[in-house]
Design a protein around this ligand. Structure first.
Ligand code: HEC
Ligand code: HEC
Length: 243
């Protein structure tokens, strides 16, 4: 009887883990904090708490793992020790201007966030990194439902991956990119968009990104080793519903 109960518990665990998302998304499963991180429930100050929420809102967790523990992609470092390695000024510059080579379309780089994340939010994120990325209640990505169709899953991914911060709600665009030729980050909707970007083209740009120039120009990040094919399909299905 006990053996059966244990088996049921294990199977529910596996089902839940599978439901939570794609294979590359270890980060979306709630993880217990690593040994070097402050224990859950340790009180944090307001800046650190705000930083933890911004860390999720701007999808840092999607590339660097929940609470920055890594394990998402071999190309993306863990952030658990950055507070010891870098000064506040260095971390601020990395977030504002990005890091790594953006010229290899097969590998992700640290995106440029200049003008997308406010100075206050960057300062809060740096406080959170400096505090060792503690667990903060509610600072978690939204669970992605896998039983309601691709478009629904894609709409949640659109938020969790921070597409919304650059392309706007419902892909309406309008976010300034003053140093770029168009001076604006493109919308993902409308007749012109549909004609120029059939699904295969959208897949290509999500996976390989599109670099418009050096910082502070904001470019489309590479999501290649971060997202599964299925997740990219879900995003494409969602974008297809935008009119
Ligand atoms: C699209 C994936 C992606 C996203 C999103 C992302 N990063 Fe990064 N980040 C990287 C990669 C790749 C590197 C390594 C760059 C290199 O050194 O080549 C990196 C490096 C860093 C570093 C330097 C770490 C080190 O040890 O060198 C910091 C700090 C950092 N990121 C913070 C952030 C923060 C804060 C956010 C959210 C605002 C964020 N990242 C979002 C991909 C990403
Ligand atoms: C840091 C800001 C940023 C983020 C985050 C971002 N994008 Fe982009 N995206 C851009 C920029 C800038 C371009 C324009 C690139 C160009 O013109 O070559 C772009 C272009 C695109 C395009 C092609 C449309 C066009 O007119 O060029 C698609 C499709 C797209 N992004 C989808 C996404 C999806 C899906 C996500 C989330 C997984 C995402 N983007 C996240 C900045 C961003």
């Amino acid at each position: 009887m006990l053996v059966v109960a244990a088996l049921v518990v294990t199977m529910v665990g596996i089902a839940l883990a599978a439901w939570y998302g794609g294979e590359n998304h270890a980060g979306t499963v709630t993880v217990t904090s690593a040994a070097s991180q402050p224990a859950a429930g340790t009180p944090v100050n307001a800046a650190v708490a705000a930083g933890a929420h911004d860390f999720v809102r701007f999808a840092c967790d999607q590339c660097h793992g929940e609470q920055g523990v890594g394990d998402i992609s071999p190309d993306v470092p863990a952030l658990t020790d950055v507070g010891k390695t870098f000064t506040v000024a260095q971390m601020t510059t990395i977030i504002e201007r990005g890091l790594g080579s953006s010229s290899d379309p097969k590998k992700p780089y640290m995106p440029v966030w200049h003008g997308i994340i406010s100075k206050q939010q960057i300062s809060d994120i740096v406080a959170y990194l400096n505090a060792g990325l503690p667990a903060v209640q509610g600072a978690e990505p939204i669970p992605v439902p896998q039983d309601q169709g691709d478009a629904v899953a894609g709409s949640i991914l659109y938020t969790n991956l921070g597409c919304v911060n650059c392309h706007g709600p419902n892909g309406l665009g309008g976010v300034p990119n003053p140093q770029s030729a168009d001076q604006i980050i493109p919308s993902l909707s409308g007749k012109g968009f549909r004609e120029e970007f059939p699904p295969a083209q959208i897949r290509e740009i999500i996976v390989s990104g599109s670099v418009l120039g050096k910082p502070p120009i904001v470019s489309m990040p590479h999501w290649g080793s971060i997202l599964t094919d299925a997740e990219v399909s879900q995003l494409i299905a969602y974008i297809g519903t935008l009119s």
